[in-house]
Design a protein around this ligand. Structure first.
Ligand SMILES: Nc1nc2c(c(=O)[nH]1)N[C@H]1C(S)=C(S)[C@@H](COP(=O)(O)OP(=O)(O)OC[C@H]3O[C@@H](n4cnc5c(=O)[nH]c(N)nc54)[C@H](O)[C@@H]3O)O[C@H]1N2
Ligand SMILES: Nc1nc2c(c(=O)[nH]1)N[C@H]1C(S)=C(S)[C@@H](COP(=O)(O)OP(=O)(O)OC[C@H]3O[C@@H](n4cnc5c(=O)[nH]c(N)nc54)[C@H](O)[C@@H]3O)O[C@H]1N2
Ligand code: SF4
Ligand SMILES: [Mo]
Length: 695
């Protein structure tokens, strides 16, 4: 497409959320002048949201990092690249020599490309010699990945966004796509307007609840009971697909016996969802010809998040609704490339394609490709890294495109960990809460300034192309990471990101047939066979587990890690706002800040009245871990007993309130349930409460 108003137009992929919209980025005079949707983007079909289309001014923000910074006597000073890289290499090599490779850990960025994440994991495994590498899927959908692998075999959505268009019904559980995945949210809205029966399960009355036929509002942390209740009704009323269960699954008998116990009346008692609504939702789903199950963090960021995802899989297996058009399980993966960073093996226990680091054949293949011996020992997860830092066992971290001092739970503990390190290097596009604790900051290019691939929530690998140059002395993540690796004595030998993709394809069976050329304008959904055939729908014939059968899980409901008490009588749920994105480093530097300039705490009118809180009042929110102040917003979209806020503003350090409780299988933090005390600021205790025991 050529347009006289612009010097150049490049087709690329949005760098915000996991929908993976294809964008036309128009540049003029070396700046992004406008962004419009690519009409042939398979995930967006000519649409975009307020972030993809308008939130690009951050690229030329005066706050962009444009030169390396080195901390001296507590102050950052500008340094040359040579100085900065030399410092990073010297410190990492010194720490490795003194304390061994496992005293160093790295975080890969789910905002960066597959190629960058692959290179980052190689940097840690091969150049440093440790499996201490993780990414923010840990705090996001790691429970989804764990559960899908256990139930079906592969860590990805079973179908595509296009399945929403073909479904007769859908259940949306703990996801708020009109805010967090707006283009997918609009697709769900359109489907509902066309007659798809939409059931929303969310403690808040989210926008899509207005388009559904039924809204169930469970108490936060009781999803398991609701899923077991749905399964109970499906079984009791003879709505199971017996042939599918017999030929394609294992473990139904045990699951079925447990499901017997969860009558709608019992589930109502646990979750607060009326029994009649459980009955109705189960019938809508099971009686639909085709139906999707769509979920988000309201499922995963809980103490038993990974178990609830397994129970979601159970429901699909009981009714045979998986592996065919219109019947998909769609986890709404969060960041633009959080699917990809994990697929690439930026995890402490797996190489690309989720092959264990202990697997001999895999480890040998990587050793051969990289020419160095590799550890067979699992590395630390993110929370383990911070614990090890505080304990004095972890001495250095390389944090690439993540802001844990703002976004990870239990902020006081994270800061203590970062301060305990001997050496911290951060690679970002802006200064952040985390970079404040760094010794060296390396300035990186943003997604509009580099080449590579992102993998969206439907496993679609899509091209990313530079529309403008990085500002000042900023360099691409690829260039920085490969240069650091060379300085550490491990020359990776790649000239371009395309070389990296070629190696990924060689070493990763599900990427076997992927090349930049084949990705073209519309991308390919993994697994991609050597001949280039891709996989919009998984498990048509068989599941990817030994024997080819899916596995039922037999898992009871268990209560969340935090419950209301006399001292902390309300439950805080945290989540997102449409206008801002995670740490907010980018969206707060665009006109989106005018759309939403500050944070609020949503509170039900009954609770507000009881606590003498009016709309707009500054309130204090206190948990056993910390205290924050934020403006109240009185709204009946939230249930009495619950309050809600987001975590996009460093002025409001929401995660001071969140404790260490996490998913039992994956350590994904329980961001969604925290008992708190809320009161007008005038009445709040003046001093911060003592930290809880063991903190
Ligand atoms: N605008 C914007 N978009 C984003 C992001 C952003 O920050 N801003 N972040 C991106 C990222 S990283 C991610 S992971 C995704 C997240 O996207 P979502 O998963 O949609 O995000 P959340 O808003 O955190 O949580 C979703 C819903 O879970 C509900 N919930 C909480 N507890 C429970 C529960 O116990 N049961 C049920 N059924 N529901 C519950 C909340 O009320 C909330 O409406 O969004 C991505 N897109
Ligand atoms: N209370 C609460 N806390 C939460 C959540 C919640 O629901 N509630 N959700 C959690 C979830 S799901 C997630 S995923 C995390 C997200 O937490 P983070 O991953 O920390 O947040 P992001 O803002 O996505 O990005 C991290 C950093 O990457 C930088 N960056 C962006 N693009 C690039 C690039 O191309 N290169 C480099 N080098 N850097 C780049 C940004 O400037 C930013 O500093 O937050 C978690 N925190
Ligand atoms: S829906 Fe997600 S991928 Fe699409 S434009 Fe918005 S932020 Fe970007
Ligand atoms: Mo996320």
């Amino acid at each position: 497409m050529s347009d006289a108003r612009f010097d150049t137009t490049v087709t690329t992929t949005c760098g915000y959320c996991g929908v993976g919209c294809r964008l036309e980025a128009h540049a003029r005079g070396g700046r992004i002048a406008a962004i419009s949707p690519a009409l042939d983007g398979p995930a967006n079909l000519g649409h975009t949201c307020v972030k993809g289309r308008f939130a690009h001014q951050f690229t030329r923000s005066r706050d962009r990092l444009t030169a390396p910074l080195i901390k001296e006597n507590g102050e950052f000073r500008v340094a040359t690249w040579e100085e900065a890289i030399d410092r990073v290499a010297r410190e990492l090599l010194r720490i490795k020599a003194e304390h061994g490779p496992n005293a160093i850990a790295g975080l890969a960025s789910s905002r960066a490309t597959n190629e960058d994440c692959f290179v980052m994991s190689r940097l840690m495994r091969a150049a440093i010699g440790t499996n201490n590498i993780d990414n923010c899927s840990r705090v996001c959908h790691s429970p989804t990945s764990y559960a899908l692998r256990k139930a079906f075999g592969l860590s990805g959505a079973t179908g595509s966004f296009a399945d929403i268009d073909r479904a007769d019904a859908a259940i949306l559980i703990g996801a708020n796509p009109t805010a967090a995945h707006p283009v997918a949210g609009a697709r769900i809205k359109q489907a509902a307007l066309r007659g798809m029966q939409l059931v929303v399960i969310d403690p808040r009355r989210i926008e899509l609840a207005d388009y559904g036929v039924l809204h169930l509002a469970p108490r936060p942390g009781t999803n398991a009971a609701v899923m077991l209740g749905l399964a109970h009704v499906v079984q009791r009323d003879g709505l199971i697909d017996r042939a599918f269960i017999e030929t394609r699954t294992e473990g139904f008998e045990a699951a079925s016996a447990l499901i017997e116990d969860y009558t709608p009346a019992d589930v109502e008692r646990i979750s607060g969802v009326p029994a009649a609504d459980i009955e109705r939702a189960a019938h809508i789903y099971a009686e639909a010809g085709e139906a999707c199950l769509i979920w988000g963090l309201g499922v995963t960021e809980h103490k038993y998040g990974s178990e609830v995802v397994q129970l979601i899989c159970n429901l699909a297996l009981m009714t045979g609704k998986v592996g065919r058009p219109g019947s998909a399980l769609l986890p709404l993966r969060g960041q633009n490339n959080v699917q990809g960073s994990s697929d690439m093996g930026a995890l402490p226990d797996t190489y690309s394609d989720y092959r264990p680091v202990s697997d001999e054949a895999t480890a040998r293949a990587f050793e051969e490709a990289w020419g160095v011996p590799l550890s067979r020992e699992k590395g630390h997860t993110i929370p383990q890294m911070f614990d090890a830092a505080v304990a004095g066992d972890l001495k250095a971290m390389y944090i690439f495109g993540e802001d844990p001092a703002q976004t990870d739970p239990n902020t006081s503990h994270v800061i203590e960990a970062l301060e305990s390190l001997e050496f911290l290097v951060c690679q970002d596009i802006f200064e952040t809460e985390t970079t404040k604790h760094a010794d060296v900051i390396l300035p990186a290019a943003a997604f509009l300034e580099k080449q590579g691939t992102f993998t969206n929530a439907e496993r679609r690998v899509q091209l990313v192309m530079p529309a403008i140059d990085p500002p000042g002395g900023a360099k691409t993540d690829f260039e920085i990471l490969t240069t650091v690796s060379k300085a550490l004595g491990h020359d990776m030998g790649y000239e371009t990101p395309e070389d990296v993709l070629a190696e990924i394809a060689k070493l990763t069976p599900s990427f076997a047939g992927i090349t930049y050329e084949r990705l073209g304008r519309t991308g390919l959904q993994w697994p991609v066979a050597e001949d280039g055939t891709d996989s919009p729908i998984l498990y048509r014939e068989r599941f990817e587990l030994p024997g080819g059968k899916a596995r039922f899980a037999t898992l009871p409901y268990r209560p969340p890690g935090s419950e209301p008490s006399e001292e902390f009588p309300l439950i805080l749920v945290t989540g997102r706002r449409l206008e801002h994105y995670n740490a907010g480093t980018m969206t707060r530097r665009t006109a989106n800040l005018e759309l939403l300039p500050s944070e609020v705490l949503e509170i039900h009118p009954d609770d507000a009245e009881r606590l003498w809180i009016s709309d707009g009042d500054l309130v204090s929110v206190r948990s056993p871990y910390g205290r924050i102040e934020v403006e109240a917003r009185v709204t009946d979209r939230i249930e009495p007993g619950n309050v809600f806020t987001a975590f996009h503003f460093p002025e409001v350090r929401t995660n001071l309130l969140i404790g260490p409780s996490a998913d039992v299988n994956t350590s994904c933090p329980e961001y969604k349930v925290m008992a708190v005390d809320v009161r007008p600021v005038a009445e709040a205790p003046a001093r911060r409460p003592a930290l809880a025991a063991g903190d």
